[in-house]
Design a protein around this ligand. Structure first.
Ligand SMILES: NC(=O)c1ccc[n+]([C@@H]2O[C@H](COP(=O)([O-])OP(=O)(O)OC[C@H]3O[C@@H](n4cnc5c(N)ncnc54)[C@H](O)[C@@H]3O)[C@@H](O)[C@H]2O)c1
Length: 356
């Protein structure tokens, strides 16, 4: 009797274990039929979005399966966190070598010059954002990679409806950044229809994060305000107080990216989707921040970035992403302020303990 109970319990245990293993495999089996996790290359991974994405994907697929790359010298922390390689997006052979050596399956293409920086150096923006993308498309076609390229609210312009801006509408941007992103959307969709390339693209709004600084976009003020508040500085905004733009907290942004990467083919009615979480103006974020730091002083001195913001969407319509593959944001303005201050205060405490 006791033996029977032991055998039953062993069988039950092994059944449970195999169920758990199956469940584990199912969550990881987004690519290989044999259950191997995908091997992923991230270009431009030392910018605002790349470090967080590498962490998220390494948590899901294993540290060694996610290769970070950039042209920037990495910190010790980055090198210790997992594989990191030099990759200039303009060097096709170098990219080929990485794809072959690391047996890459998916490519997340982050390298870019953002809106404000792009306007300061148009020839370089054309090279990095357009020639670089050509390399990525050819490489992905040649090695049959699934490729994700982020687009942006900057892919719209003054002729687009701004409130709300639907998924499919007129796109006549007036920045080289926007032009290069429309080019990326169209070329990716062309490669998909012509060659069967598994191209996936999300148009992100301004992204707000605590641990990495933004790389020269028009929405950077929405990160700066948190740093100024916590360090007791006056916040000088380069946009008018009423300029409304769509925004997203980084965790939502990276989760949307991953959900788009693993969305089943049959759910994707499009290859390019709008995603967003909230829309606010500088005066609205300032009053949300003042709930935590009532003494924050704000002044407004619009510069050339105002001209860019004036042509961008105010409210971004992401209903198609919500209907087709179930996109849902978790952070609104209030929740984002909470998490930003919690994280920035933790960083401040760690810096004061380490004497920095
Ligand atoms: N951050 C946002 O608010 C936002 C919003 C919409 C879309 N996006 C898109 O997401 C992507 C990542 O954005 P981010 O904010 O991390 O940008 P970022 O400017 O912070 O980082 C871009 C990275 O590209 C790298 N790079 C530049 N030239 C390169 C080259 N020749 N070869 C390889 N790498 C090169 C830079 O070193 C940098 O680390 C970009 O394509 C951007 O257009 C970002």
């Amino acid at each position: 009797m006791a033996r029977l109970a032991w055998v039953t319990s062993r069988a039950r245990h092994s059944w449970l274990t195999s169920q758990a293993q199956q469940c584990w495999l199912n969550t990881r089996r987004h690519y290989h039929p044999n259950g191997d996790p995908p091997r992923i290359l991230i270009t431009g991974s030392l910018g605002q979005l790349g470090t967080g994405l590498a962490k998220l994907l390494r948590g899901k697929y294993g540290t060694q399966n996610v290769i970070m790359s950039d042209i920037v010298k990495p910190t010790k922390d980055i090198v210790n966190s997992g594989p990191y390689v030099f990759a200039d997006i303009l060097d096709f052979k170098c990219l080929q070598e990485i794809v072959v050596t690391y047996r890459i399956d998916w490519l997340v293409h982050f390298s870019a010059l953002l809106s404000a920086i792009g306007e300061q150096n148009v020839p370089l923006a054309i090279r990095v954002n357009i020639e670089g993308l050509h390399n990525v498309m050819e490489l992905s076609k040649q090695y049959n990679l699934r490729v994700f390229v982020p687009s942006t609210i900057g892919a719209f312009g003054p002729d687009s409806p701004r409130n709300p801006t639907p998924n499919l509408t007129i796109q006549r941007p007036r920045t080289i950044y926007g032009v290069s992103k429309v080019h990326a959307e169209l070329l990716g969709e062309y490669y998909h229809h012509r060659f069967g390339l598994d191209f996936r693209c999300l148009r992100f709004p301004g992204v707000i994060s605590a641990d990495t600084m933004p790389g020269g976009g028009t929405t950077d003020y929405a990160v700066q305000v948190f740093h100024d508040a916590i360090e007791g500085r006056e916040f000088e905004c380069y946009l008018r107080p009423t300029t409304r733009l769509p925004m997203m907290y980084i965790d939502d942004c990276l989760r949307s990216l991953w959900e788009m990467l693993v969305a089943p083919e049959e759910k994707l009615k499009r290859r390019t989707y709008n995603v967003t979480a909230m829309s606010f103006s500088p005066e609205e974020i300032v009053s949300a921040v003042r709930k935590h730091f009532p003494d924050l002083k704000a002044t407004y001195k619009p510069d050339s970035r105002q001209n860019i913001a004036d042509t961008w969407p105010e409210i971004f319509d992401d209903n198609e992403a919500r209907w087709d593959w179930g996109w849902q944001h978790h952070y609104d303005l209030e929740a984002m302020c909470e998490i930003m201050f919690t994280l920035l205060q933790q960083q401040q405490q760690m810096e004061s303990v380490s004497g920095r």
